[in-house]
Design a protein around this ligand. Structure first.
Ligand SMILES: [Cu+2]
Length: 309
């Protein structure tokens, strides 16, 4: 009877353990295969793909934190299941297993290890946050003015004036979604102010939003969009700001530096933003969202109205 307990049962348990591990591995592989995730997606742990240098820093932070959390989880789950299986009640057991308490080494370990984990996470959080918030010497500066319920984008620079002498600007209204044109691969500084209430400038693909305050508060942030990410991205107001908050949209057009320079040259000649967009070979109006429209043609997708914008 003693021989059976100490020799036969562990051998059986090991066999069962291996079968369980194999089934688990096959299950995990099947989940990845059936979900259609790429390796890159799978190891992003649900983090969306951003288009900026800053978004990639945040992704690295997220992936590192998630791996750390999984490592802790695996140790904790392992200990729990090991205890459940190793010390389960068997026929003939009359006493509880040895109860351990006031064990100084164990107590020191479970006090010091979490502190070390938190210190490392804090360090990487501080480093990433500082890097994402960092403002260097920008190549392009765009002033953002938010107002109920639209956006105005002004391109800073002594040369950026139209024939009338006004600074180059794109402004939205209820029939026109403002298109914010910016170059890839260059440092872009956004300088934010609000005319009325608190708004929030948000392009989901930047994985970043920053509130826009009224009064004397000016918020700033800097991004560099990855070369190759030339595309149209929807932008939104992410702060509930009143009746038409949900329609306070804009579009970010990431273009090549050459297209950007050509766009500005056309604007300097007096072209409207849609004309300048056509001039650099792009659709003149927003393609990711459409204005609520105040022209009453009965068509909610106000493409028919956009000529009025
Ligand atoms: Cu708003």
């Amino acid at each position: 009877m003693v021989a059976r307990d100490s020799e036969v049962r562990p051998a059986r348990a090991r066999g069962r353990g291996r079968r369980l591990a194999a089934v688990g591995l096959i299950g995990v592989a099947a989940v990845f295969a059936l979900s259609g995730c790429s390796i890159d997606d799978a190891f992003g742990f649900g983090w969306p793909k951003g288009i900026t240098t800053q978004a990639h820093m945040m992704r690295d932070m997220w992936v590192g934190s998630t791996i750390a959390a999984f490592a802790v989880g695996i140790v904790v789950w392992g200990l729990i299941f090991w205890c459940i299986i190793r010390y389960r009640k068997r026929a003939g057991d009359t006493e509880l297993p040895v109860q351990t308490r006031y064990n100084l080494p164990i107590e020191l370990i479970y006090s010091v290890v979490p502190f070390l984990i938190i210190a490392v996470l804090f360090y990487y959080t501080a480093v990433t946050q500082t890097a994402v918030d960092k403002i260097t010497k920008p190549d392009v500066t765009v002033d953002i003015v938010a107002f109920k319920w639209n956006w105005q984008f002004t391109y800073e620079g002594a040369n950026n004036v139209d024939p009338a002498g006004a600074q180059i600007t794109t402004i939205g209204d209820s029939d026109y979604i403002p298109v914010l044109v910016v170059p890839t691969g260059e440092k872009i500084l956004f300088v934010e102010n609000s005319k009325d209430v608190i708004h929030s400038f948000w392009v989901p693909e930047l994985l970043f939003k920053r509130d826009v305050f009224p009064g004397n508060v000016t918020n700033k942030f800097e991004i560099t969009i990855n070369p190759g990410a030339e595309n149209a991205y929807v932008g939104r107001c992410a702060e509930l700001c009143g009746t038409y908050h949900s329609e306070m949209n804009f579009e970010l057009r990431a273009v090549t530096p050459a297209q950007y320079n050509q766009f500005l040259a056309l604007k300097r000649q007096g072209d409207s933003t849609p004309q300048a967009l056509v001039g650099i070979g792009l659709p003149p109006y927003a393609t990711t969202t459409y204005p609520v429209g105040t022209c009453r043609t009965g068509n909610t997708n106000t493409t028919a109205c956009q000529g009025e914008g």
